[in-house]
Design a protein around this ligand. Structure first.
Ligand SMILES: [Zn+2]
Ligand SMILES: [Zn+2]
Length: 278
């Protein structure tokens, strides 16, 4: 299912397809999945370039509903909490198998944090199937993939966690908060993003207890408002929470559209102002 994001609906023309990014929700729950659900994971497709962002439990299975996993170009692990990385074990086996079968030549590029060291080192040791890139090192480099640029920022969440944004030229199209508590520089890292994929783990009354490591739905709404986003996609839901209540809390802080990340849905994002949709 596809949901167009933007202001006005227009037909997509073949010659400007390259301006489109497609964000598919592979899983949106934490710290465990409800029946038939999955934990954090997203597929971002930009002109045939396939990026898996986070690999929580159940997401690798969901990925295969959308693409041939042998055609993954990049995987990014925001941090090494189980709800964001556990399916990397499946990914390793699958990519290894595809390489042995001649279905893929190159190892998969995997961006990941350096901590916890034991987990990071284990993933980095699979160097026959993964080309691992430390995100801390990547932040010192220009992560330019021709059609788009990646930027990372350290969030307020332990162990070492990174949010990211994706830009095309001067336009920041997508910002992903990963897991984070509110901190002063957060808006600046996401500034100008058209779409904000924001965690909304908490209800307001939970901020006292967990606000140092997670955002509430209201804070996600406030963040979207400050950065001037067009649309917020809320994610990282506790299975026990009422999602429509979270949506209303975010909407109370934000003038734009608030969507709930829904597994299996694909959101189209474009940098062409004439082609804004919905
Ligand atoms: Zn976490
Ligand atoms: Zn998490």
């Amino acid at each position: 299912m596809r949901i167009y994001i933007g202001r006005k609906m227009r037909m997509r023309r073949k010659d400007d397809d390259r301006l489109m990014m497609e964000l598919t929700i592979l899983g949106a729950h934490s710290p465990y999945a409800p029946a038939n659900g999955a934990l954090s994971g997203y597929l971002l497709q930009i002109d045939g370039f396939n990026i898996m962002i986070d690999c929580g439990n159940g997401t690798f299975s969901r990925l295969q509903k959308h693409i041939d996993f042998a055609k993954l170009n990049l995987a990014i692990l925001s941090h090494l909490h189980p709800d964001h990385y556990c399916d990397v074990y499946s990914l390793r086996q699958a990519i290894g198998g595809a390489m042995k079968a001649g279905l893929r030549e190159e190892p998969l590029i995997v961006y990941l944090p350096d901590a916890p060291k034991s987990i990071a080192d284990e993933i980095k040791s699979w160097d026959d199937v993964f080309h691992s890139v430390s995100i801390a090192e990547a932040m010192t480099m220009n992560n330019d993939f021709n059609l788009f640029q990646l930027e990372f920022f350290r969030t307020k969440h332990e162990p070492e966690t990174y949010g990211l944004s994706v830009s095309q030229g001067s336009q920041r199209l997508l910002a992903y908060t990963a897991d984070t508590g509110w901190f002063g520089e957060l808006p600046q890292y996401c500034q100008g993003a058209k779409i904000l994929l924001a965690e909304a783990s908490l209800k307001e009354q939970e901020l006292d207890k967990l606000g140092d490591r997670h955002l509430s739905a209201s804070q996600a709404g406030r963040l979207g408002q400050i950065i001037g986003a067009e649309t917020i996609i809320l994610t990282h839901f506790l299975p026990t929470h009422n999602l429509y209540q979270l949506q209303r809390q975010a909407e109370a802080q934000f003038d734009g559209k608030v969507l709930l990340a829904t597994m299996g849905k694909t959101y189209l994002i474009t940098n062409n102002e004439k082609k804004q949709v919905i």
